[in-house]
Design a protein around this ligand. Structure first.
Ligand SMILES: Nc1nc2c(ncn2[C@@H]2O[C@H](COP(=O)(O)OP(=O)(O)OP(=O)(O)O)[C@@H](O)[C@H]2O)c(=O)[nH]1
Ligand SMILES: [Mg+2]
Ligand SMILES: [Zn+2]
Length: 296
């Protein structure tokens, strides 16, 4: 006799058309079969799902995707509460534009962000800490190699669903190995990554933390979808600029070179880091270019 279990769980991994679902009754391999497919909904890691499982074969199907609180496109994850953006103090050299775009995508999805400046054993983290603390972010200088400040990071992760994002080789998987008991995240040498031109981590997976919460390792690059943004909303994605923008002389100020611009004033007096403003201008340019392509 076939017995069927119907339950609700969290999709923790999706590979080759299979979804792995963490439910109170166990961990099940499922195929996507539900009617949501007709609506063009693709199950994402982090999705809450209704599944039915054949208890003889232990094979299940995803029948329904429950409403998402939020979702990110790159990395493709749902119901995230926090993004941890990892930068290396050195090796690889910090990519501030990528970092700022990741932070912008977190602002857009309305999820909080924490920054790890990793590899403090091989580079100076001070300048990076200063830039991002003055922007209003919680910054933790970490060293996955010797465990420095991993306890502080654990406190931030407790109870949250945190997606780790950042350039290849910055040490995302290494940090995750420090915070989990199992330490099962695959890591790779930075030089090998450059040779192969791809990330060591190749799929997105949600991992339960024994002290509460989930973490998600992703194959790096989080890029914001510029086509979905409007130029006038770009400053809102930079949390230290957003509150100043209202005080600019012109209501449609784009904070580039306009007179009476409060954002430019703040850059001049040093309360906004020049690198953050440069990232803003670059992202604004990308958004404007996408808009021109659309209206052509
Ligand atoms: N010196 C030093 N090396 C580190 C530290 N953290 C990680 N590494 C090394 O950096 C390399 C890359 O680390 P990974 O954890 O694979 O990097 P990743 O961010 O997961 O990279 P992708 O999966 O490719 O996106 C490995 O050789 C690690 O051993 C650190 O704090 N200090
Ligand atoms: Mg990795
Ligand atoms: Zn302005």
């Amino acid at each position: 006799m076939n017995s069927e279990l119907k339950t609700e769980g969290t999709i923790v991994k999706g590979i080759g058309g299979f979804y792995y679902v963490d439910a109170p009754e166990g961990y099940f391999e499922c195929r996507a079969r539900g009617s949501f497919r007709k609506d063009g909904i693709t199950p994402l890691v982090g999705d809450r799902a209704v599944i039915s499982v054949n208890m003889d074969s232990k094979i299940g199907s995803v029948d329904e995707i429950l409403p998402r609180k939020n979702f990110l496109l790159r990395p493709p994850v749902a119901n995230v509460t926090q993004m941890a953006v990892v930068i290396a103090a050195a090796n690889p050299r910090p990519n501030l534009y990528l970092t700022d775009k990741l932070l912008a995508s977190a602002e857009l999805a309305e999820i909080d962000a924490v920054i790890c400046v990793n590899k403090t054993d091989v580079g100076d983290a001070e300048e990076l800490c200063r830039i991002y603390r003055s922007a209003g972010y919680c910054v933790i200088p970490t060293c996955a190699a010797d465990g420095t400040n991993i306890d502080l990071l654990k406190e931030k992760l407790c109870g949250a669903v945190t997606v780790f994002a950042g350039n290849s080789g910055v040490g995302k998987s290494s940090i995750l190995n420090c915070v989990t008991e199992s330490g099962s995240f695959e890591t790779g040498e930075v030089s090998e990554k450059a040779e192969r031109g791809r990330h060591t981590t190749r799929h997105t997976e949600l991992v339960r933390l024994d002290f509460g919460g989930y973490i998600i390792d992703t194959p790096g690059f989080g890029v914001i979808d510029v086509a979905s943004l409007k130029p006038e909303n770009c400053a809102e994605l930079f949390r230290e600029m957003a509150p100043l923008a209202d005080g600019c002389r012109f209501g449609d100020c784009r904070h580039r070179s306009e007179p009476g611009c409060k954002v430019l004033d703040a850059v001049k007096c040093g309360s906004i880091a020049p690198s953050r403003h440069e990232s803003y201008i670059r992202l604004l340019g990308e958004i404007e270019a996408a808009e021109r392509r659309r209206t052509k």
